[in-house]
Write a protein that binds this ligand. Structure first.
Ligand code: RFL
Ligand code: PHB
Length: 398
C-alpha cells in the first residue's frame, strides 16, 4: 500500500476553501494536511475573483493572514450600474449601515494563505495524483494518493472536499446520494487583466445592446475587465483591439467613462453556470466551496461563498474536537445551504438583469427585453430596490 500517515482533517484541494480551512484549524489547534493535484505556481497563478465581502475579510483576519490585505486592499463604498443610456451609483455604505467590500485578488489571497501555512509548518502536498477518498461512510475514513511515483495513505477523522467543481470528492459519492440543481447560461465572460489604470474609482456593471460589460481592477495600475461573449467563443476571434473596442462601446456609450488601454497580462473565457449539489455532507466527507456549488460571477459571490462554508465547517470542527459535540457537524449542510441558496438567487438575478439574452430557437425576446429595461429603470429610481442590491452585494450575514 505504500507509506501511511495520519492527520485529524484530510483536505482535498488547495484553493481558497481548502487553504482557509487548514489555516483556521491551525489557529484552533487542529491538524490537517492538504492534498493538491497541481503545482504551487499553477495554484498561485490562477486569475479569478476580486471582490471580498466584509465577512471574508474578517475570516482572513481571524486566520492571521490579513496584513497585506489590510495594507493593499482597496475599500469600495459603492459601484455603478450602467444601462438604458443612464448610470446609477449603488452607495453600499449608505444603504447598509456602513458595510463595504474590498477589492483584492484571489491570487493574492491564495499566495498569503499558502505562505502562512508553510511558515507555520503546515503540510501541503502539491502534485498529489489520483487522490481518492475511501470509507467516508465509516468512522475511519482515509485518502489515498500518489506523489513522485510513491503511493500514500492518509488516515483522518474527517475528509474536507474543497476540490472545486471538477474535483474528485463529489464525484466519489453514490449517484443516488446527491441531488443536483443546474442552470447553464447562453453566454460567457471574456476576461482580461491589463496593465492600465482602472476606468473609474469603482466597479462599473453595464447592460448594453451589444452585451454585458464589467470594468473592475486589481490595483491603481492594473485593470480587470470583462465582456459578455458567446459560450462557444474562440479566443482567437478576440484581438486585443476588438476587446478594447467592445469595452469602449459598452461602457463609454452608457456613461461616458474613458477606458484606459494598456498591454494585456491575461485573457481567458469563463463559462457561466449556476449549480448546487445537496446535501453538502456524506458521513465523514464534507463538501465546501465550488465542490458543492457554482454561481455565475456577476454578483462576485463564488469566492465569498467558499469562505462562508469554511466558517460553518470550522465552527463545527472546533466544537467536535474541543467539546466532543457533533451537533454543528450534523447541521453543517443545512446551515451552509441556507446561505448558498440566497447567494445563488442573487447571482442568478444580477446575471439575468444585466446580460443580453440571445433570441434562441426563433423565440422573440422583445417582451423580456422591455422587462429588463423596466427593472433597470426601477432599480435606478427606487431606494428600496437599491437597498436590496446593496444588502446582498456586501454579503448576507453568516
Ligand atoms: P478552487 O479554487 O477551484 O480550488 C479547488 C482546488 O482543488 C484542486 N483539485 C484537486 N486536488 C486534488 N485532487 C483532485 N482530484 C483535484 N481536483 C481539483 C484544484 O487544482 C484547485 O486547486 O475552489 P474553492 O477553493 O472552492 O474556491 C472557489 C473559488 O475559486 C471560486 O468560487 C471563484 O474563483 C469563482 N470564480 C469567480 N468568482 C468570483 O467571485 N469572481 C470572478 O471573477 C470569478 N472568476 C471563477 C472565475 C472561477 C473560475 N473557474 C472555476 C473556472 C473564473 C474562473 C475561470
Ligand atoms: C473581478 O474583479 O474579477 C470581478 C469583480 C466583480 C465581479 C466579478 C469579478 O462581479
Amino acid at each position: 500500500m505504500g507509506r501511511s500517515h495520519r492527520t485529524q482533517v484530510g483536505i482535498v484541494g488547495c484553493g481558497p476553501a481548502g487553504l482557509l480551512l487548514s489555516q483556521l484549524l491551525h489557529v484552533y489547534g487542529i491538524e490537517s494536511v492538504i492534498l493538491e493535484r497541481k503545482d504551487r505556481a499553477y495554484v498561485e497563478g490562477r486569475i479569478r475573483a476580486g471582490v471580498l465581502e466584509q465577512g471574508t475579510v474578517d475570516l482572513l483576519r481571524e486566520a492571521g493572514v490579513a496584513d497585506r490585505l489590510d495594507r493593499e486592499g482597496l475599500i469600495h463604498n459603492g459601484f455603478e450600474i450602467a444601462g438604458n443610456r443612464r448610470r446609477h451609483r449603488i452607495a453600499l455604505d449608505e444603504l447598509t449601515d456602513g458595510k463595504v467590500v474590498t477589492v483584492y485578488g484571489q491570487t493574492e489571497v491564495t499566495k498569503d494563505l499558502i505562505a502562512a501555512r508553510l511558515a507555520a509548518g503546515g503540510e501541503i502536498v502539491f502534485e498529489a495524483d489520483a487522490v481518492t477518498p475511501h470509507d467516508f461512510d465509516s468512522a475511519k475514513p482515509f485518502l489515498t494518493y500518489s506523489h513522485q511515483g510513491e503511493n500514500y495513505r492518509l488516515d483522518c477523522d474527517i475528509i474536507a472536499g474543497c476540490d472545486g467543481f471538477h474535483g474528485i470528492c463529489r464525484q466519489s459519492l453514490p449517484k443516488e446520494a446527491v441531488r443536483s440543481f443546474e442552470r447553464a447560461y447562453p453566454f460567457a465572460w471574456l476576461g482580461i487583466l491589463a496593465q492600465a489604470a482602472p476606468a473609474a474609482d469603482e466597479l462599473i456593471y453595464a447592460h448594453h445592446d451589444r452585451g454585458f460589460a464589467l470594468c473592475s481592477m486589481r490595483s491603481e495600475t492594473i485593470s480587470r475587465h470583462y465582456v459578455q461573449c458567446s459560450p462557444d467563443e474562440d479566443l482567437s476571434n478576440w484581438s486585443d483591439a476588438r476587446i478594447w473596442d467592445e469595452l469602449r462601446h459598452r461602457i463609454g456609450d452608457t456613461d461616458g467613462h474613458h477606458i484606459n488601454e494598456g498591454p494585456l497580462l491575461d485573457k481567458s473565457i469563463t463559462p457561466m453556470r449556476s449549480f448546487v449539489a445537496e446535501p453538502m455532507r456524506h458521513g465523514a466527507l464534507y463538501l465546501a466551496g465550488d465542490a458543492a456549488h457554482i454561481v455565475p460571477p456577476t454578483g462576485a459571490k463564488g469566492l465569498n461563498l467558499a469562505m462562508s462554508d469554511i466558517h460553518y465547517l470550522t465552527r463545527a470542527l472546533v466544537s467536535f474536537y474541543k467539546k466532543n459535540s457533533t451537533d454543528l457537524l450534523d447541521r453543517y449542510s443545512d446551515q451552509a445551504l441556507a446561505r448558498v441558496w440566497k447567494a445563488e438567487r442573487f447571482s442568478w438575478w444580477m446575471t439575468s438583469l444585466l446580460h443580453k439574452f440571445p433570441n434562441e430557437g426563433g423565440y422573440d425576446r422583445a417582451f423580456e427585453n422591455r422587462m429588463q429595461e423596466a427593472e433597470i429603470e426601477y432599480l435606478m429610481s427606487s431606494h428600496a430596490a437599491q437597498t436590496v442590491v446593496a444588502e446582498n452585494y456586501v454579503g448576507l450575514p453568516f
